[in-house]
Design a protein around this ligand. Structure first.
Ligand SMILES: [Fe+2]
Length: 362
């Protein structure tokens, strides 16, 4: 038995916003644009969207205060600033942080009395402003998922899921990713890799998600090194945008697993980029799946050889100072995460702790 549901209409091309500007017309007369401080200005995406909205006489307000790893508090502040307006739709522009924030804000502006915490209880709301997603990195996949990951008031990242927050439309233009630095290209590319591999090995994987996952892995193997080698290689950038979208469609079916939940505290407490923090644990996800799905692990090896080497060659190396208290807190948190039920292999407190100790510098 399998099912497939991913309702986002995807447009993928160069100059995608201008070429498909008619799309915006169906959403109403007042748009909220949610983005980060600077990058969407630099890569041209924000200008493109604002120009198209102007040309269609759609009013808009640009909220550009989203930071990396957005917190509950930042979302509360955004809603406070925006609640006096009457928006018809939300356009999320940027990497995972602006896109995930746009999703949370879209629900909260439609459900004015809903506290941020209640986004995690799907039974408490059944409406959202419609969302258009314009990714400017190639990794998050958020443009095609029903997930939003926020940092709660205790500093831990937590994702919520709701079919309402699947973007109605995703406008993907690989040109927007051309200005990513080498380190952002690596970190977002590794995030896409983790989505494909974790999704492929997830206990929720389906026939369709496996097709997407394998193609995504092949594309990443061929094109991430090329994009890192030469930032102006458009073909490689376009392939990474496609791979990231495919991997997003994978996790929309399978969710993410152990590597993601292990990586979350490294991002919020140690400032390591999400994709880097996650990829640091990906080899373990593959290794532990060996006894349960050996054919799948063989397929991953056929593509990458030793996946740890592929990740190291991409330039990832994490060594961190961490206290015993941090180790204990993070380990406990991982053991209770819902991601564990979809992860293959068995893990206890000792084995999780060892995974963190692997990258300990003190
Ligand atoms: Fe991710």
């Amino acid at each position: 038995m399998w099912q497939y549901f991913m309702p986002t209409k995807i447009f993928f091309s160069q100059k995608v916003v201008e070429k498909n500007k008619e799309v915006f017309k169906n959403f109403g007369k007042m748009a909220l644009i949610v983005t980060g401080k600077t990058s969407s200005r630099l890569n041209g995406s924000l200008d493109d969207i604002e120009n198209v909205l102007k040309s269609l006489s759609i009013e808009f307000y640009t909220y550009d205060k989203i930071e990396e790893n957005p917190t509950f508090e930042q979302i509360r502040q955004a809603v406070k600033e925006l609640e006096s307006y009457s928006f018809d739709f939300v356009v999320g522009v940027g990497g995972g942080s602006p896109l995930d924030s746009a999703k949370a804000i879209a629900v909260l502006l439609k459900n004015r009395s809903l506290p941020v915490e209640d986004l995690y209880d799907a039974s408490k709301y059944n409406s959202s402003l419609p969302i258009i997603a314009v990714p400017t990195t190639s990794g998050t996949g958020s443009e095609v998922t029903q997930y939003s990951v926020l940092t709660d008031d205790t500093g831990f990242k937590r994702g919520f899921a709701h079919d309402l927050i699947f973007p109605t439309v995703a406008l993907i233009d690989p040109l927007y990713t051309m200005s990513m630095s080498v380190s952002l290209t690596r970190s977002t590319g590794l995030d896409a890799l983790c989505h494909a591999v974790e999704g492929f090995l997830s206990k929720r994987a389906t026939l369709i998600s496996d097709l997407y996952a394998l193609e995504s892995m092949r594309l990443i193997k061929q094109n991430l090194p090329r994009a890192l080698e030469n930032q102006n290689d458009f073909e490689a950038r376009a392939a990474m945008s496609f791979a990231s979208c495919l991997a997003g469609m994978v996790i929309s079916q399978t969710s993410t697993t152990l590597a993601h939940v292990l990586g979350y505290p490294l991002s919020t407490f140690k400032g390591i980029r999400h994709g880097d923090a996650t990829a640091a644990f990906l080899d373990v996800v593959v290794q532990k799946a060996q006894s349960e799905v050996p054919q799948k692990v063989d397929k991953i090896r056929e593509i990458f050889g030793d996946i740890r080497k592929f990740i190291e060659v991409a330039g990832l190396e994490i060594k961190l100072q961490m206290t015993d208290e941090e180790l204990e807190k993070w380990t406990k948190r991982v053991l209770t995460a819902k991601h564990m039920q979809w992860t293959r292999g068995t893990f206890d407190e000792f084995s999780i702790r060892k995974l963190y100790e692997r990258m300990r510098a003190n």
